[in-house]
Unconditional design. Structure first.
Length: 475
């Protein structure tokens, strides 16, 4: 039986509710004797571990020697970075003293990420930090850069979505406390069964019609309708008319319906009826906010999984537009209102065989660079077409351009025009190697002020035997 109090001692789980800690049931407890091996360097990864007690030592093979690399102490967690990066075990892990762990397989790990957004955020950030310490080279390092971009965007969006959900729950709690005495007041008017039936039918109709922006009402029409309701309420000395009018208008209610209410309900009950309607409509809106937050968190986790192509073969047949769209989704937090995205896609292009995860690193670097170049204002164009036996992908931005004198060097390793804390000089060289060495394609750039265009040619008939380097070997 997993001790929830023990789990709370682990910083990763300290702030979770008892309900959220139920995710621990997805894992299984595992005990290791001194010297027993937990993972072997080079073998496929597939587990996330939380060390409950004991100590785990990781060693790397250097020639004919095992070199100590790092140790994990109680309440530490590991293995998630390899699942996220789709990497084999980078070291051999064994128990020093007798050790007990909580183990999650890949399916349980992704379920945990979906159920616990706080864990989701911390694990992604931890992955970016820890993988930097691994000292992996070239492509593995660039996978971290792209995962860092993914982490940044997910963390920002998860914070916003979680805040929306928390605020909605708090307001719902306040609203329910307010509705209870209001219902008592409404019952005091002793309405007939016909009057009650009228209100129930009206409530159901308004709830069905209620959306954030009713399709049949444009913003200008909304303002006119809201002002009409305000005047109607003022004439009847109903308090807070603006607040009432805003909620009722968004439910599609107008002065005609107000007149119907006034003609049906008992004298003196109009204010209580409208307050009751307003409360039930607001509760629906807040419930929708909670539902949206939960759904959006699940979508963000799925976007991360899709983006990295976890649990899929490295070389796979895919629609080239899928990777571009997933990259745009990951970078959505950077596409500010001043940047217009133009999709000029040839949807008749057939699927082609590519290394999906690595190709997404290319799209991430190129689009991220384009966004940086435009400094919050401009047009980003993604264009696809067929040229001979190749698919051509063009990524165009309207930034200031790349100076003529440095264009010959943009694909040189470690060459960068960014500040040292904002660029590694590896992005474009890695993109070049992924396209040229892995995919037997071409990448080139043309640039002038107001138009920088990266052109990527990918063969339409790539086979695994054609690639001169597997994904992990492109360095």
């Amino acid at each position: 039986m997993i001790d929830l109090k023990m789990l709370r001692r682990i910083p990763l789980f300290a702030d979770l509710s008892d309900e959220q800690l139920d995710f621990a049931k997805l894992g299984c407890e595992r005990s290791l004797e001194p010297g027993e091996i937990l993972a072997v360097e080079g073998e496929p990864s597939g587990s996330f571990w939380v060390l409950l007690d004991g100590e785990i030592q990781c060693t790397k093979q250097m020639g004919d020697r095992q070199i100590p690399w790092t140790n994990f102490e109680p309440y530490s967690y590991f293995g998630h970075e390899l699942i996220l990066l789709e990497q084999p075990y980078l070291a051999t892990a064994r128990a020093l003293p007798k050790s007990n762990l909580l183990e999650f397989d890949t399916a349980a790990f992704w379920k945990m990420m979906e159920l616990c957004p706080l864990i989701n955020r911390e694990l992604l950030i931890s992955t970016a930090q820890r993988t930097q310490d691994l000292g992996t080279v070239s492509l593995q390092a660039e996978k971290l850069v792209s995962l860092g971009t993914l982490t940044s965007g997910l963390a920002q969006e998860l914070r916003q979505v979680s805040a929306t959900g928390r605020e909605a729950v708090e307001r719902l709690q306040e609203l329910f406390q307010w509705l209870q005495p209001l219902t008592v007041k409404l019952n005091a008017h002793q309405m007939t069964s016909d009057q009650q039936e009228f209100l129930i039918t009206l409530q159901q109709t308004l709830l069905q019609r209620m959306t954030i922006f009713p399709a049949e009402i444009n913003p200008q029409g909304w303002q006119v309708q809201e002002e009409d309701i305000v005047q109607w309420l003022i004439k009847r000395s109903i308090p807070h008319p603006q607040h009432f009018a805003k909620v009722l208008t968004r439910a599609g209610l107008d002065v005609t319906v107000l007149n119907d209410i006034e003609s049906v309900v008992p004298n003196g009950a109009v204010c209580a009826v409208l307050a009751w309607l307003k409360g039930t409509l607001k509760s629906l809106a807040l419930t929708n906010d909670v539902e949206f937050s939960t759904q959006h968190i699940a979508e963000l986790v799925q976007a991360a999984k899709d983006y990295t192509y976890l649990d899929q073969a490295p070389l796979q047949e895919m629609d080239i537009h899928e990777g571009l769209e997933r990259t745009l989704a990951v970078l959505n937090h950077r596409l500010v209102t001043g940047i217009e995205v133009i999709r000029d896609f040839d949807r008749t292009l057939p699927p082609i065989c590519v290394y999906g995860g690595d190709l997404n690193q290319v799209w991430t670097h190129l689009i991220d660079n384009a966004i940086d170049a435009m400094a919050g204002q401009g047009k980003l164009t993604l264009r696809t077409s067929q040229v001979g036996e190749s698919v051509l992908v063009e990524i165009v931005d309207t930034g200031p351009g790349i100076p003529d004198e440095i264009q010959p060097y943009v694909f040189d390793q470690f060459f960068t025009t960014k500040a040292t804390d904002n660029g590694t000089g590896l992005g474009l060289p890695i993109a070049h190697r992924v396209i040229v060495s892995q995919h037997q394609g071409q990448i080139q750039v043309t640039s002038k002020p107001g138009c920088t265009c990266f052109q990527i040619y990918l063969p339409m008939d790539l086979k695994e035997s054609d690639s001169s380097a597997a994904p992990s070997q492109v360095a």
